[in-house]
Design a protein around this ligand. Sequence first.
Ligand code: SAH
Length: 266
Amino acid sequence: MGARSHASDAGTGLRPSGIRLFVDRPLAAGADVALDRAQAHYLRNVMRVQAGSALALFNPRDGEWRATLETVGKNEAVCRPVEQVRTPAPEPDLWLVFAPVKRGPVDLVAQKATELGVAALQPVFTRRTAVSRVNAERLRAIAVEAAEQCERLSVPEIRAPLPLDRLLAEWPLDRHILLCDETGAATGAAPPVAAALAAAATPAGAPWAVFVGPEGGYAPEELDAIRKLTIVTPASLGDRILRADTAAIAALACWQALLGDWGKQT
Ligand code: SAH
């Protein structure tokens, strides 16, 4: 659970704690919300926040609310939303489809993809995927903490892993694919990512997904299968071979800068 300095709650006399917590329950003025055990422990024992302090609660349906901590005990805490300070605002409709790598890098990918505004993380098993399972609970906890820290109003969905052939068979054909392909630079089959995204010329807000392969790369027949989909944009991230986690972060950053919400003039 991240903490960020918030403007002091001028006029309310509440001690601002700078803490934001994701609560997947309705937020409305005066309607008390019971936090879960981990959140109560965090407030009481880690951040030593006392009853009467102000904090922020958020979720994608209700936006962000200033709230007061009414009670905080060993395993329970109750907050009372006071006023909505941010209205709901969805992240761009962007998925990250990645072949899970070892624990450390995959945790990094979950955290960085959350900060980079991904709406869903879709682990996919490919021919050369090195791991056989994904700890969705752990990735979700990492995503919640990253969402709290980076001040987004939603938490990316951590989808159940799928084998690549099934994912492609069920792929929604309105969702464009940015295929990170390190094999195509030499043959020109994968143009530089900026040119590739510009050439895709998708309307603002169109759904996209970034595909990144496993440490060993996609098998040739897998690349062929992905390229067969009409909505695929192969792209090179330069001549250096990036680790899968690096490629995911770099590709997401490119997409946000060129097609996503980094271009928004705030
Ligand atoms: N085949 C590589 C390893 C793949 S790197 C090797 O022989 O070492 C893991 C994934 O990151 C790739 O499947 C690809 O999706 C992405 N990636 C890595 N470097 C890239 C680059 N320069 N351009 C595009 N994608 C890249």
